[in-house]
Design a protein around this ligand. Structure first.
Ligand code: F3S
Length: 425
């Protein structure tokens, strides 16, 4: 069924503001019609967010498209943040890898110039955790967004109560340019109802990244309503709970395709509507200790030598919050002291938004953490690993997203601390 457009939207489609803007709107209309949308709704969040932050040399059509938008004056109607940069000189690499990176991402500088012209929020706004207070792109409850980064979409929908579909890259930019997006899926009341009830029956606090993975793999793109989690993470959206939900959500979104979850007694819509959020014939998934064990044991280890000593460790996918940086510093400090070591046993990179790092630098913990040999970076570990040279390295991580998309091996937070303090595999 064709979408019903307002006279203003129709005029844009008819070319009132030029051929390029007409194509932008046509793409949004085709996208909406594919998913049965009947109308467009205004984007109301303060800022957009772009998933394509990397100047991969092979992405020629993207650069041509950006040039066309810029030359036609079709810029983003709202400022936007972008996913993390793929390169950081501080992250360890050998000469060959360094050379390879510069060829692979040879368009980085010119692409960032294009993003700046199109409406990039600031030079510091390259992070997937754009919703953290320090970054300046935190939507309000009820805001309609045009984002694509899966970890950010699921956080904005679930923890902040904003409304956003799991859009694709470039289409999310088109929504920010036009100022409207097709109304379907997670923007609608119906689409936000839970079709799964997840009952947490574990004896201890579930590891956020494994719980998210279990739920993602079970419900895929459906909406889960999680009961019993507040017994472990409390019923207040404080720094600890939001950090937990950030990592949990990224795992649901990458191990499955979850764009929205509700936590009974905690997330905004679940607090307001409680069980009324659950669709009539919702399925049930019970998670106990054994189920988490089963899920964890199902992760394949795809290193060439499964017994290799790790060469690199990444923590911070999605990017770490300020509270997480402090918590990791404390935990690592205590473990190193106990093990009688001064520095980490494996080269280690913690990733976090530049703006968060700036605040962290003002605290004594910055010297403590870097004194332990940990490198602070703003990169995306996935972008670092997604090439044949780094892909072969035995890398460990506590990120289930990184595990899913690369050859990195997953460990719980406690296991990572142990590895960093004692080495081995
Ligand atoms: Fe963020 Fe890159 Fe991980 S975008 S969630 S650090 S894969």
């Amino acid at each position: 069924m064709p979408m019903i457009l307002t006279p203003e939207q129709q005029a844009l489609l008819n070319g009132e503001k030029g051929e390029t803007m007409a194509k932008v709107v046509k793409s949004l209309v085709m996208y909406g019609e594919t998913f049965g949308a009947e109308k467009m709704v205004p984007v109301t969040g303060g800022c957009g967010h772009l998933v394509t932050s990397f100047g991969l040399s092979v992405m020629k059509p993207v650069y041509a498209l950006m040039d066309q938008l810029i030359q036609s004056g079709v810029l983003s109607g709202q400022k936007f943040s972008a996913d993390p940069r793929p390169l950081d000189p501080n992250v360890p690499k050998n000469l060959l890898q360094d050379l390879f990176f510069h060829v692979m991402y040879s368009k980085q500088a010119s692409y960032e110039k294009q993003l700046e012209t199109l409406g990039l929020l600031s030079d510091d706004s390259f992070t997937c955790a754009c919703y953290l207070d320090q970054v300046g792109n935190k939507p309000a409850k009820g805001d309609v967004l045009s984002w694509a980064e899966s970890s950010a979409v699921v956080y904005a929908n679930s923890v902040l109560g904003a409304r956003c579909n799991r859009n694709s890259g470039i289409l999310e930019l088109f929504g920010s340019i036009a100022g409207f997006v097709p109304y379907f899926g997670l923007l609608t009341e119906e689409g936000r109802k839970a079709t799964w009830v997840v009952e947490i029956k574990t004896t201890k606090k579930p590891e956020a990244q494994i719980l998210g993975s279990a739920i993602g793999m079970k419900v895929m793109e459906d909406v889960p309503y999680v009961k019993g989690l507040t017994a472990f993470i409390g019923s207040e959206l404080n720094d600890d709970a939001t950090a937990y939900l950030k990592d949990f959500g990224a795992a649901t979104a990458s191990n499955g395709a979850v764009g929205l979850y509700h936590i009974a007694g905690l997330t905004p819509e679940a607090v307001e509507q409680a069980d009324a959020l659950i669709a009539p014939d919702a399925n049930t998934y019970v998670i106990d200790d054994a189920e988490l064990e089963r899920v964890r044991a199902s992760y394949p280890v795809i290193w060439k030598d499964p017994n290799a000593e790790p060469k690199l460790c990444f923590v911070g996918c999605p990017h770490l919050s300020l509270k997480q940086l402090h918590d990791w510093t404390d935990a690592l400090g205590a473990a190193l002291e106990k093990a009688g070591r001064k520095t980490v046993a494996i080269p280690t990179v913690f990733t976090s938004p530049t703006a968060v790092q700036a605040e962290f630098r003002q605290t004594p913990d910055y010297q403590r953490l870097t004194g332990m040999g940990v490198i602070l970076s703003y990169i995306c570990p996935l972008m670092y690993m997604n090439n044949p040279l780094c892909g072969k390295m035995p890398v460990v991580t506590n990120s289930n997203k990184l595990r899913t998309y690369t050859s990195a091996r997953y460990h719980t937070d406690a296991e990572i601390i142990e590895l960093l303090a004692k080495g081995g595999n």
